[in-house]
Design a protein around this ligand. Structure first.
Ligand code: ADP
Ligand code: MG
Length: 398
């Protein structure tokens, strides 16, 4: 990774503005999943150990520039305090004299959490005045919010124009694992892409197709590929306006000698419902009143075998409507196959991560990306603005 990190700079006694991703799910003021808070702990602990004065900033939800009491970060300060085992101060505004005063009181190793940065409308507009107001609080900027790095906002990009800017440890790990897998994969290198729609992931498929040896397509998007091959899919989710793109991708795979695998059988139901009666059918025998809601057992075996004989696997997108038990078998089968890979396994995408966690296999993966949208954009080969804004380590290779 060619970006500077907190290990490359001196932070002793300095005020360090750390952009974290504390956008956690809340039920009222109860945090229902604190994974994102835990993910930021290594950076916070490292900075504390080095004697930095730590100012944490994050967004939470979509308050759209308004103060929304339910989207206050205050409950997060309490949880962070428990997790860190040290007191965490809270500032009711992320800029201004109150925040400045609280920053002024920080001693080396102290931690202050600022209120939701999106309470200011300038955040999502990347307003330079807001960025300058954040920068005024600190001497150094650290971005550890990989999950927000695909957005050019005041606290993810704008502020980096005013302060020396480096990556935190979570950001570093995300960039190096994803970057290394794409740049120097152990082969065979397989990408498994699923989820609802082709249109969400065309960029990812195109970019990965050029890099991988094998591409497995599942989930709702497989229907569009199957339609491109001339199959009748009944009432299945097919994106008519993407059939042509799917056809081009199939052709490109052929021309470049890549293995592009599509389902050979499907789990079919007459309604999109958890209790809908279902049957297994080959891809050429879908009835007009049926829809495909999962890959079939033959496809699961084929995909599992392909995954298990790979040395690098990137997985994004469930193989079926895994939220419903009857249509979760395909996703579970490939999740178990991922756990058996003798090599590197990477998972990106909110629903795919949820599926692997539900299967209890998260610990067996090499890397689970904390950034849904950000990891997708990274896999598309896009430059993430929050990453581009960080200082490069001159002379170092990627
Ligand atoms: P991720 O969050 O991992 O990137 P996506 O958001 O792209 O994944 O897709 C996940 C969604 O796709 C799930 O809600 C799942 O129910 C849906 N899905 C998967 N297979 C099908 C299908 N055959 N028909 C309709 N929806 C599907
Ligand atoms: Mg999703």
């Amino acid at each position: 990774m060619d970006k500077k990190t907190i290990r490359d700079i001196d932070v002793q006694g300095k005020r360090v503005f750390v952009r974290v991703d504390f956008n956690v799910p809340l039920n009222g003021s109860t945090i229902t999943d604190d994974t994102r808070i835990r993910a930021a702990l290594p950076t916070i602990q490292e900075l504390r150990a080095k004697g930095a004065r730590i100012i944490l900033a994050s967004h939470l939800g979509r308050p759209k520039g308004q103060i929304v009491a339910q989207l206050s970060l205050k409950p997060i300060a309490a949880r962070l305090q428990q997790l860190l085992g040290t007191s965490v101060a809270f500032s009711a505004d992320s800029i201004g004299s109150g925040a400045e005063q609280q920053v002024g009181q920080l001693q080396d190793g102290d931690v202050l959490l600022l209120e939701n940065v999106r309470f200011h409308s300038g955040e999502e507009k990347n307003d330079p005045d807001l960025a300058a107001a954040f920068a005024k609080l600190a001497d150094v900027y650290v971005n550890d919010a990989f999950g927000a790095a695909h957005r050019a906002h005041a606290s993810t990009e704008g502020i980096a124009r005013f302060l020396p800017a480096v990556a935190g440890m979570l950001m570093e790990r995300e960039l190096s694992v994803l970057g290394e897998a794409l740049a120097h994969p152990a082969r065979p290198f397989t990408a498994m892409i699923g989820g609802a729609k082709v249109s969400d992931k065309i960029g990812v498929i195109e970019h990965l197709l050029a890099k991988v040896d094998r591409l497995l397509i599942g989930g709702g998007m497989a229907n569009t590929f199957l339609a491109a091959k001339g199959y009748e899919l009944g009432k299945s989710l097919v994106e008519a306006d993407r059939v042509e793109v799917a056809r081009e991708l199939i052709q490109k795979a052929q021309e470049t000698g890549k293995e592009l695998l599509l389902p050979v059988d499907l789990v079919l139901a007459t309604a999109f419902a958890a209790d809908a009666p279902s049957r297994i059918g080959a891809v050429d025998e879908v009835h007009a009143d049926e829809m495909a809601l999962d890959i079939g057992p033959e496809t699961s075996r084929l995909y599992a075998k392909t995954v298990m004989t790979s040395k690098t696997v990137i997985w994004n997108g469930p193989m079926g409507v895994f939220e419903m038990e009857h249509f979760a078998a395909g996703t579970n089968a490939v999740a178990h196959a991922m756990a058996e890979v003798q090599g590197m396994t990477i998972i990106g995408g909110g629903d795919s991560v949820a599926a692997i966690e539900k299967a209890g296999l998260a610990e067996r993966m090499t890397h689970i990306s904390t950034g849904g949208g950000a990891s997708l954009e990274f896999l598309e080969g896009k430059v993430l603005p929050g990453v581009a804004a960080l200082q490069s380590r001159k002379g170092a290779s990627q």
